[in-house]
Design a binder for this molecule. Structure first.
Ligand code: SAM
Length: 352
């Protein structure tokens, strides 16, 4: 990593900012709507941890019980502790950050959260490290079910290194679920070297298409955009500097999956959500394109079939069809008409 950028980011998060109120833009700390079950858990998180939350999205994937999770750039640990509650005593969460002051806040309240969530022992670990050099840590390949990150990768100089490590550390079928800031065009060099714009998570932001390319080169062949919203830059001086540049905060899901195709292909396959993820009894949103209603057959492309078949989501879906007959390009996500009785005969899907 570029040493100056590295030092400046550490200074910004370790010394300059004391709480989210010190931020100059809404890039970090965008207000995603928090569902009721997570609100109840957030109420158990220590105030000091909450005050030093600088995320830009809600890192709250579904079906977390028992998972081993890694948080890249965990900061003061808000998401680590939220996920610690959700993975349960059988699961665990490792938070990695390079800024000692941020980690000190997280670690100071470890025992507090162990008690708050009713655990006999903490299911959380923190590690001081550079997420662009994770090969220098003793984190093992193929060892995490889920990797999350919240408003961090934009701050990394070598974003490809972060994604390549994430791919390597995930188990096959594992997911990287992360929120970050993206730009509508490549950021000019003179803005990248502005320490405030960089520290505020704007000047290091990737242009959308460059992100997709880097993700694919890192092994994540079919990135799924879950949601995005515009970031407001209200400070008039910063707005002037940025000119026509516009930013979005967005949440992507990347899956470590073999055999994905370059495009969306139609094999006439369908998926029926069973409604069995406790927090999502009626519907499950996979990404911007796919929202599954409980008990309703939805037409899916070949890659989505593979995704649901080979990830933890397999336990919550009945999958219909196979890939023996190719029907051309996939264009439709409207629920397809089923043959009578077909919904009762899943061809693949969760165990039990
Ligand atoms: C915007 S804050 C977000 C922190 C946390 N995810 C949250 O939501 O509160 C960015 C964090 O990323 C960390 N960070 C930035 N670049 C990093 C790197 N290359 N390696 C490790 N941590 C990094 C910073 O130290 C800081 O704590």
């Amino acid at each position: 990593m570029d040493t100056n950028t590295h030092t400046e980011v550490q200074r910004y998060y370790g010394k300059e900012l004391e709480s989210s109120a010190d931020l100059k833009t809404t890039a970090c700390c965008t207000a995603d709507e928090v569902p009721g079950y997570a609100k109840a858990l957030l109420a158990n998180i220590h105030d000091e941890v909450l005050q030093r939350y600088y995320g830009c999205g809600l890192v709250l994937p579904e079906a977390l019980n028992g998972l081993r999770v890694l948080d890249l750039g965990c900061g003061a640990g808000r998401d680590v502790y939220l996920l610690s509650a959700l993975v349960g005593a059988e699961g665990s969460v490792v938070g990695v950050d390079m800024t000692p002051e941020q980690l000190a806040v997280a670690q100071r309240h470890q025992e507090f959260h162990t008690k708050a969530f009713g655990y006999d022992q903490s299911n959380v670990d923190f590690l001081e490290a550079n997420i662009e050099k994770l090969e220098a840590t003793d984190l093992e390949d193929n060892s995490f079910d889920l990797i999350v990150s919240n408003c961090v990768i934009n701050l990394a100089v070598d974003k490809g290194a972060v994604l390549r490590s994430a791919y390597r550390l995930l188990k096959p079928g594992g997911e990287m679920y992360f929120s970050d800031i993206y730009a509508d065009r490549r950021i000019p060099e003179h803005l990248v070297s502005d320490p405030v714009l960089y520290g505020e998570c704007l000047a290091g932001a990737l242009y959308w298409n460059d992100f997709e390319q880097i993700a694919k080169e890192s092994g994540f062949h079919d990135p799924r955009l879950l949601k995005r919203e515009p970031v407001e830059v209200t400070d008039p001086d910063l707005r002037l500097k940025l000119g026509a540049l516009r930013f979005n905060s967005a949440t992507f899901r990347l899956f470590r999956l073999a055999g994905l195709e370059a495009g969306r292909e139609n094999y006439g396959q369908q998926a029926v959500y069973r409604g069995t993820i406790a927090e999502h009894p009626e519907q499950f949103r996979l990404d911007e394109q796919y929202q599954f209603q409980r008990g309703q057959a939805t037409a899916i492309c070949g890659n989505t079939y593979r995704l649901l078949r080979h990830t933890r989501f397999m336990a919550y879906f009945d999958l219909l069809g196979d890939d023996s007959v190719h029907l051309g390009e996939f264009t439709d996500t409207k629920p397809a008409e089923l043959e009578p009785g077909q919904a009762d005969k899943p061809l693949a899907g969760g165990c039990c």
